[in-house]
Each structure stands twice: as C-alpha cells, then as structure tokens.
Design a protein around this ligand. Sequence first.
Ligand SMILES: Cc1cc2nc3c(=O)[nH]c(=O)nc-3n(C[C@H](O)[C@H](O)[C@H](O)COP(=O)(O)OP(=O)(O)OC[C@H]3O[C@@H](n4cnc5c(N)ncnc54)[C@H](O)[C@@H]3O)c2cc1C
Length: 465
Amino acid sequence: MRHYSYHPQIAVLGGGPAGLSAALAAARAGKQVLLLEKNGYLGGNATLGLPLLGFLDLDGRRIVGGLAQEYVRRLTERGQCLGHRVCPKHNSVTNIDPEGFKLLAIEMCREAGVQVLLHAETIRTEVRNGRMQMVTLYGKGNEIEVTADLFIDCTGDGDAAYLAGCSFESGQPGTGVLQPPTVMFTLENVDTARLFDYIAEHPEEMTYSATIDHRPGYDADYFRASDNHVFVGLRQTFTRLREEGRLPVERETLIYIKSLKPGEVYVNSTRLLNTDATDLIDLTRAELDGQLQCAALTKVLRENVPGFENCFLSHIAPFLGVRETRRFSGIGRLTDEAVVSGSIPDDTICLGAYKIDIHSGSDRSTLFKTVRTPFGIPYGALVSSEIENLFIAGRCASLDAAALASVRVMPQCMCMGEAAGTAAALALENGVLPRDVDVSILRERLLKNGAILTMAQVESTPVNE
Ligand SMILES: Cc1cc2nc3c(=O)[nH]c(=O)nc-3n(C[C@H](O)[C@H](O)[C@H](O)COP(=O)(O)OP(=O)(O)OC[C@H]3O[C@@H](n4cnc5c(N)ncnc54)[C@H](O)[C@@H]3O)c2cc1C
C-alpha cells in the first residue's frame, strides 16, 4: 500500500455544496487548504440534476448571496443556469447544468489555490484530549494521513465526526424514521409541450396533499414560460397506476427538473423506504433497487403519460441521493422552533426560508410546513461541541430534524460551508479555537463577500443580478 502525508492548515472532508464552499472561502482568505473527496469529481449532490432551491423566500425575495450566488452568476454567464425564478410551489427554482457545476467547481478550486485529492474516503480519525490529531483516508490502495490545524467535516453523513466518536441524532423525533434516499435519473426525448397540453386539460392531475400550501399559477402556462421549472404532478395517474398495482415507486406524484437541454428532464421520483444510508448493507440494497426503479418508472411513464411516449433513460446517477442521516452536536443549534418563528439571532451566518419538506421514509407521503419568514442559522451550529478543532457544515451540522428538512437545500449548505471556511481562516489568524471566533468579525467578512444576513438586506437585494 502507498502512504501519503499531508499537512494543510485546513482540511475539508467532502467536496459537495458545503465542502466546496468551505474550501474556497478558506483558500480565498489566504490559507493552505486540502479538499478531500471520495468521488472522482467535485460537487456532491449538485451534480445530480437537482435545482438549487432556497434562494428566495415565500415573498420572492432573495435571501442568499456570497459564494452560492457567485456559482449562479458564473453558470448563468455560460448559459448553464437561467437565474432565479419565483415558483408558486417551491418559493423559487434555480435550475443548473450539473456538468457545468462540476467543471466550475474545478476551475474555482484552481483559481483559489485549493489542493484537491479525489477518490479519498475518510476511514479513520485520531483524537487526543478532545482534539482531532489526524484523519486517515483511503483510495485505490493508497492511504493518506492528514494532520491539520482545523478540520471541516462536510461529508453529508458527518463521517469524520462519527469516526471520532461525536454524538449525533438521526431521523424524526419519536420514530427515528429517516427521510428516504432517491436514485436520480435522466430522460431524453420528452415532449414537454404535449405534457403541458395534457395537464391544461386535466387540472385534477395538479392537486396535492393537504399539507402543501402553494399559491395559484402552478400550471401549464407557468411550465411553458420557461425551462427554469420543477414539475410536480400527475397525482391522478399515479393513484390509478398504484390501484392497478402497476406503479413501481412509493410516490404520490412525478417530480422532474427541467434540464436546460431540449427534451431532457432529471427525474426525482424513486424512493427507497426504510434505508439508513450509513449502513453499507442498506446502502447496497437501496442503490440496486433504486437503479431498477429508474428503468421500471421509465417504462410506466412511456406507456401511460402523454409526452413521455418516446422518451428513453439516458443516465442513472452514479450514487444514491441521500436526504438525511446524522445530525451532530454543536455549541449552538438551529432548532425547529427558530425555523418556524423566523428568529434571526445576532450570530446568524446565513438565512434560510425554504419550507420544511419531510419525505416519509416509511410510506409514499411527503409532509410540508410553510416557512413564512426568513430565519437565521447560528454560527454555533457549525462548531462541534466535542472536538475543539472540528467544524461540521452542510446537512450534518447541528440541526433539529425539521430544521434540517428546511436547510438541507443546497444554497443553505453552501452558505454553511462558506461560513465554516471563513471562520476557520479567522480562527487561525487570531490563534483561537473555532468556539472562540469573534462572530461579529466573521459576519463582517461574510458581508464583505456578499452574504445576506439581515432583513434590511433582503428588502434591498435584487432577485437576479
Ligand atoms: C434526492 C434528493 C433531492 C434533493 N432535492 C433538492 C433540491 O431540489 N434542491 C436543493 O437545493 N437541495 C435538494 N436536496 C438536498 C441537497 O442536495 C443536500 O442536502 C445537499 O447537497 C447537502 O450538501 P452537503 O455538501 O452537506 O452534502 P453532499 O451534497 O452530500 O456532499 C457531500 C460530499 O462529501 C463526499 N463524501 C461523503 N462521505 C465522504 C467521506 N467519508 N470521505 C470523503 N468524502 C466524502 C461525497 O462524495 C460528497 O461529494 C436533495 C437531496 C436529495 C438526496
């Protein structure tokens, strides 16, 4: 086995929306940063064909700036994004080209001087006296030992924090049921115009469960007006197919994200119930069953849905999309109560406003709760309460279950990463631990880099630049 040793100032584990942003923020602040990612590319779930949800609040105001907005601006300049669009159902949608995001991530890391190591999966940690001494990663018969002043765990599942023995919660309170994962897939040759004609004639297809609070205008004309849309519908068709025993997925509706390419859609409609994606046996079952669901659902759509008659399955996502696993303990926490009440504390490092969106891990339902006004994610949600030199950012941060169901959307994960990376740089400059970072200075830096942290800013920020 080959052995490598790295000694960056800051090691970021996981190169998804949170990790990429953490690494970029820290490197742009002049620090030596090593970004370690288990896949052969950067971007995590942002490469699956998903839209960026959560940029706008219920009233259509933009609440996210900083690096997340920079990705959107740069993709838009390349024709790989159409900017933010108000959506009567999701508050907003910001569809992106997933391959474009992958490439942009490489370019931005190179510009900022982030050192990247791919195919490197975190497998071991060494903790002494409450301090992470070393993280070991493995890939292709190589073992990589990383010592760093500070570590930022952005692995989604919080693998480093878990291996270090940090305490965590998972699942819904009381039941522990985890939101289910999904294998995303791509269909080509979809005649969306024909689908929209069909739903215009069949408005009953666009009805939703009682928990969904959406505004009028989510209809054929809305979809026809722009490729920047996410389609959620066909409830009657799905109900009929289920009653006939012909629906291969536990879903109430079809969800697709319109690609920016003609006739292409990314389908988010497989569902793998009762899956703990941190358990390799469950993970294997879910990957295999999910891939089979992609083919089975394609067949059912071709045979039953106007516009899909001639479509074909062109791509199955290379990894299972995981909505929820571990939530770690921080020196602070984003609580369900804070999300519902719209609290914006003084140590806010970014705003959230996406609805609480809980996909059931045990049946076909999805529970929504409207978030009426923006709330603030506190800095302490990113700082491990157990390991003094460890940040936890993205969906593994210190969050209550329903709070996660809102801030798991990618713009908020990007902002959490950016704040963690900026705070890490600040901690090193001042020779303090993450828990002792002066949050007012951190907020000044974030603001200087375009973050939106207050309602006054929300009121005055244009939706699109
Ligand atoms: C099916 C599905 C649909 C969704 N829909 C939307 C949507 O429409 N809009 C939206 O904004 N959000 C959506 N989300 C939520 C969003 O995609 C995630 O919550 C978000 O990407 C989390 O960001 P992250 O950086 O914390 O984690 P991830 O995106 O999961 O990134 C984690 C990264 O860490 C790497 N990694 C994992 N373990 C290790 C390890 N041990 N060592 C090294 N690297 C590791 C992974 O390969 C990955 O690159 C959806 C999620 C799913 C699963």
